[in-house]
Design a protein around this ligand. Structure first.
Ligand SMILES: Nc1ncnc2c1ncn2[C@@H]1O[C@H](COP(=O)(O)OP(=O)(O)OP(=O)(O)O)[C@@H](O)[C@H]1O
Length: 783
């Protein structure tokens, strides 16, 4: 069915009618916002006028309290209503630009006429509040638009499925309130709109994709039943996009019970955090909480250790091949991040039930109050069948009781007299008043001064013991560092937990290096999750029961330890895990190819897996090129968007390369590309390239400290470009010298797949062997 002129006229007419309704709504809301804010200012200003303050007796104080509470409630109700109206106003202002993007006409089974459903980023009722002029894209009925072409269709509602037929499916391009284009579509979501969206220039912030969500992405976005959703998808297949729209969907679907702060997104780095931070606000929702695993561990362990940053580890792995301990470190990284090592820690923790734990002395003013061996003996006198954390709680209880006993003996020690001398008059007056209140002060007794001294001494000891009590309550008496250290100071321990064949060959060297770091209070990146996991096994897992949904993007970079820690940290949350094994750039995950570490956390019936194979980011020629870089790449399906084939250019020397890159960038800028990334392998290489280029063109060097980027030319190390995209990508050095080891393949692939419209590779000397297998008709070779 094609769109007739009559249809067009009617649609143009409808757009203006809807916009008129939105404008009225905007006026009403603006007025409401202003009235409520005047109310709020008034209440705040006269808050105390309407409150009678009287604390003379208990009844008066209670009345005062009630009247303050009432006044505060009025204020908070007004503030809530202000926030709500403001949010609606913002949504309406967005809606007035693009009221809707799609329509389906649906005849429900048993009915004889079709209802037209228009989809937008929010719902809109007509002036009489009777009919929906726009349906929120997340409403149950809206899923028809994403899931079916015209014909028989059905959608799920909380009260069951509703079947019927889609008789028309239409897409609109409305910008700034003007209907620019409309077309009927027979496929799920017409390619035309997608072409237009994907053909645009890269943005420095991710955009929402609600107008063009694809059917397979929609299944991920709307999944409600699984505790664990695993999405495995090619580079550019929309994993992050699906995650962001899924958050928006969940916030809408559970709007009465789910707040944005109950959703946590773990992302790879701060640059990525800022890149995705605009999607939810664009959809009228508040942002979820965002964090990185590094931030979390810094918060947990930063006080005890100097923690290695993941990117420091990355730089070491990429740049230190010449170092004598390199291979052992690499083996250590892999082993310490593996499911096998997690088993080792589990067995080790089990064995600690019987012996091997270490404790700190409980000290006070440089004196040992309770020696560690006494704590040790007490722990091992407890029922060994109890889990370690339960026994630790019993130890803590015992220590607190001991401390109470010690507190009494401490009061008569000379140091307390010294402290008493330092007290000022006010403390004595307070002690005197307290004794009087308790009727213990008689004015006529010689004991009174002693009593006052006792009271003050007790207070001093209690005050100074407070940090000790806190330390006990926080289980600070457990020496987790020593327990972890023991695993490496006794290398033979490993073989009692693991068959010899599974133990790393270089274990003794790995142990020596680990001890060296631990002795300097340093924790290598690969040790962080393992240490934290062991610590939690001893102390009990820390939990946050408020969070309901956890999203882990770039999940291929997480070790089984990290998944286990995150799952235990958020025991009441559902998890959505998204990743691509071909982009596993961290040393621990080079050889992995499945989400084993995470899928075993939940029962199979609680888990659902999704595969996204179509790549939307890059043009077809770029996908056809990049997919040849990885095994199984032929399964990646390019979206048919045309563009230049990638180029590979050989340069005779450095100056020639800089010249060629410079001219290429100028040409691309002439073609309208605004965000051009020169991707290097490492930070050192990025710095070098920057020094060579910055006098020729304006460009910005991106480092691990950069938190956001603007349009323009950037120089960025490969691993920082993760998850983001650029109009054009220049691979600064695609030579064998940079990319030859298998472990560098995925990094190379990740870098190349950041390109949307153009990809150009340069090299000096020999070309990277990864490029030799690529069919010559997939690129232009300038040599
Ligand atoms: N359904 C869609 N409609 C419009 N654009 C889409 C759609 N799906 C994905 N895209 C676009 O494709 C690009 C890549 O998406 P996204 O970053 O979500 O992919 P990804 O799978 O997370 O990629 P990577 O793993 O390489 O980081 C983005 O520009 C996104 O807007």
């Amino acid at each position: 069915m094609s769109v007739t002129d009559q249809d067009k006229r009617e649609e143009v007419e409808r757009v203006s009618q809807v916009i008129a309704v939105i404008n009225n709504r905007i006026d009403a809301l603006a007025q409401q916002v202003s009235e409520v804010s005047t109310d709020i200012v008034g209440i705040r200003k006269h808050f105390w006028d309407d409150v009678t303050v009287n604390f003379e007796d208990v009844t008066e104080a209670a009345e005062t309290y009630a009247s303050i509470k009432q006044q505060a409630e009025v204020l908070s109700e007004r503030e809530r209503s202000h926030r709500h109206a403001l949010k609606q106003l913002k949504t309406m202002k967005r809606l007035v630009q693009t009221p809707y993007f799609g329509r389906i006409d649906f005849v429900e089974a048993g009915e004889d006429s079709a209802e037209s459903i228009y989809l937008g980023i929010a719902s809109l009722l007509d002036e009489k509040d009777e009919h929906f002029l726009i349906y929120d894209w997340r409403a149950p009925i809206s899923s028809l638009y994403y899931d079916y072409p015209p014909g028989p269709a059905q959608y799920e509602t909380p009260s069951g499925s509703i079947a019927g037929e889609i008789t028309c499916k239409r897409q609109y391009m409305i910008r700034d309130g003007q209907l620019l284009h409309l077309f009927d579509t027979s496929v799920t979501i017409g390619d035309e709109l997608l072409q237009e969206v994907l053909g645009k220039q890269a943005d420095t912030q991710m955009k929402s994709i609600v107008a063009t969500i694809q059917k397979d992405q929609n299944q991920i976005i709307r999944n409600e039943k699984s505790k664990l959703v695993i999405v495995s998808g090619a580079a550019g297949s929309g994993k992050t996009s699906a995650a962001m729209q899924r958050i928006a969907y969940l916030l809408y679907r559970y709007r009465k019970t789910l707040q944005a702060e109950q959703v946590v997104l773990f992302s790879p780095n701060s640059l990525f955090n800022s890149y995705v931070s605009t999607v939810l606000p664009e959809l009228g929702e508040e942002n979820m909480q965002q964090t990185t695993f590094q931030e979390y561990t810094e918060h947990r362990l930063g006080a005890y250790f100097d923690l290695e940053h993941p990117l420091e580890q990355m730089e070491y792995v990429l740049c230190s091949m010449q170092e004598p301990e390199y291979n052992a470190r690499l083996e250590g990284i892999r082993f310490k991040s593996s499911a096998l090592f997690m088993q080792v820690i589990d067995h080790y923790a089990e064995s600690l039930k019987r012996s091997g734990l270490h404790f700190h002395d409980l000290t006070f003013l440089d004196r040992t109050l309770i020696p560690s061996d006494q704590i040790h003996d007490y722990f091992y006198s407890l029922d060994p069948s109890l889990p370690i954390p339960n026994r630790m709680s019993l130890v803590a209880r015992w220590l607190l009781a001991e401390l109470k006993r010690l507190e009494r003996t401490e009061r008569n020690k000379p140091w307390v007299d010294d402290e008493l001398e330092l007290l000022d008059k006010e403390d004595f007056v307070k002690a005197y008043q307290s004794l009087r209140r308790k009727n213990q002060y008689r004015d006529d007794s010689f004991d009174d001064f002693d009593r006052e001294r006792d009271l003050l001494a007790a207070r001093i000891v209690t005050r100074l013991f407070k940090p000790l009590r806190a330390e006990i309550q926080e289980l600070g008496f457990i020496d987790s560092q020593a327990v972890y250290r023991q695993l490496f100071s006794q290398p033979e321990l490993l073989s009692s937990f693991l068959p010899a064949a599974d133990c790393p060959e270089d274990w003794t060297t790995i142990c020596a290096h680990t001890l060296e770091r631990l002795d300097h209070k340093q924790l290598a990146y690969e040790d962080i999750p393992a240490f934290l996991y062991l610590k939690e096994r001893l102390e009990g897992f820390q939990t946050n029961t408020l969070v309901r949904h956890v999203f882990i993007d770039e999940a291929q970079d997480y070790s089984p330890f990290q998944f286990a820690l995150i799952q235990r940290l958020f025991p009441r949350a559902k998890m959505t895990v998204l990743g691509d094994w071909n982009q596993a750039i961290y040393a621990h995950a080079y050889d992995s190819s499945s989400f084993e570490g995470v899928s075993s956390l939940y029962e199979p019936e609680q888990t659902e897996m999704f595969l996204l194979t179509k790549s939307y980011r890059s043009t077809r020629p770029i996908v056809l090129f990049t997919r040849q870089l990885i095994a199984g790449g032929e399964q990646i399906e390019p979206f048919h968007r045309d563009g230049l084939v990638p180029s590979i250019t050989s340069a005779a020397h450095e100056a020639a390369r800089i010249d060629m890159i410079h001219s290429r960038i100028l040409e691309m800028q002439k073609n309208g590309h605004q965000t051009i990334a020169i991707i290097t392998k490492t930070a050192a290489e990025a710095e070098k390239a920057y020094q060579q280029l910055h006098e020729l063109i304006t460009l910005r060097l991106i480092s691990s400290h950069t938190i956001s980027f603007d349009t323009g030319v950037l120089i960025i190390p490969s691993y920082l470009a993760k998850g983001v995209e650029f109009d054009a990508v220049v691979i600064y050095d695609a030579s064998r010298a940079q990319y030859q080891h298998e472990r560098e393949r995925k990094l190379f692939y990740t870098a190349c797949t950041r390109a949307m419209h153009e990809l150009h590779l340069f090299y000096i000397g020999e070309i990277s062997p990864f490029l030799l297998d690529i069919s010559p008709d997939s690129y232009v070779w300038n040599h």
